[in-house]
Write a new protein. Structure first.
Ligand code: C5P
Length: 240
């Protein structure tokens, strides 16, 4: 995989005009554009069209979590939008994951387009051990993350999102055919912002990350294009 294809730019903006500005500005310098709940709730399918009609790849990070039938429908809609990758909560259960994967396969076959990647989210990094206990989860957080990752991999999930800190133990559970995506990336030269458990691009690659979600180190840089090129260089010089 080319170094720049490992970069997922987080389009953390509130409207279509700003999203368009970033897509025009960054274009093919990165492999992916990530659309989350804020931007999708504001701009809807049009933002996905904006990305894909420019020949770029869209990671639709809406973290689907519902009954299997509803998630299957959401996946079909996202495939029709031509999203290339999308997220589901693994805690939605085995049946839900299976339904998502089946829907992705069937809809892409019907449309004769490449099958989208369905990516599993394990435990949100905003949740602590106490939060999990409050939700009735008895096992330690790390064990819970591991258990969810194993379940998703048994069902044939296409990838996992995890924090850089969890990369070593997640990597050993995930087959090489599946991708591991990590946020919380901070090159040594960038501001930490509110990210606490962070990794540099090179340490994330060395720990087994395939793709890295990067927002502010690019968007807040004086020269975003130059920031991307520096990250690309760092990735190139740090093969796993
Ligand atoms: O600006 P920054 O590089 O911190 O952006 C990281 C992106 O990754 C944001 O879209 C954020 O929502 C997402 N993310 C994260 N930490 C997680 C999960 C997702 O920062 N644990």
């Amino acid at each position: 995989m080319a170094a720049r294809d490992r970069i997922v730019f987080a389009l953390d903006v509130g409207d279509l005009a700003e999203a368009r500005m970033w897509v025009d500005r960054i274009g093919t310098r990165v492999g992916w554009f990530k659309v989350g709940l804020e931007l999708f709730s504001a701009a809807g399918p049009e933002v996905v069209h904006l990305i894909t009609s420019s020949g770029l790849k869209c990671f639709l990070d809406l973290k689907f979590h519902d009954i299997p039938n509803t998630v299957a429908g959401a996946v079909r809609s996202a495939v029709r939008l031509r999203a290339h990758m999308m997220t589901v909560h693994i805690s939605g259960g085995r049946e839900m994951i299976r339904a998502a994967l089946t829907a992705g396969r069937q809809e892409s076959e019907a449309l004769k387009i490449p099958r989208p990647k369905i990516i599993g989210v394990s435990v949100l990094t905003s949740l602590s051990q106490d939060d999990l206990s409050g939700l009735g989860v008895g096992r330690p957080l790390r064990e819970h993350v591991g258990g969810l990752v194993e379940l998703a991999c048994e069902e044939g999930i296409d990838g996992i999102v995890c924090s850089p800190a969890d990369l070593p133990f997640v990597r050993e559970k995930v087959p090489r055919t599946a991708v591991i995506i990590t946020p919380g990336i901070r090159p040594a030269w960038s501001e930490k912002g509110d990210q606490k458990r962070i990794a540099t691009p090179s340490s994330a690659i060395q720990a087994g990350a395939d793709l890295m979600v990067i927002g502010r180190p690019i968007s807040r840089a004086q020269d975003p294009a130059y920031a991307i090129e520096k990250i690309v260089e760092e990735i190139e010089s740090s093969r796993p």
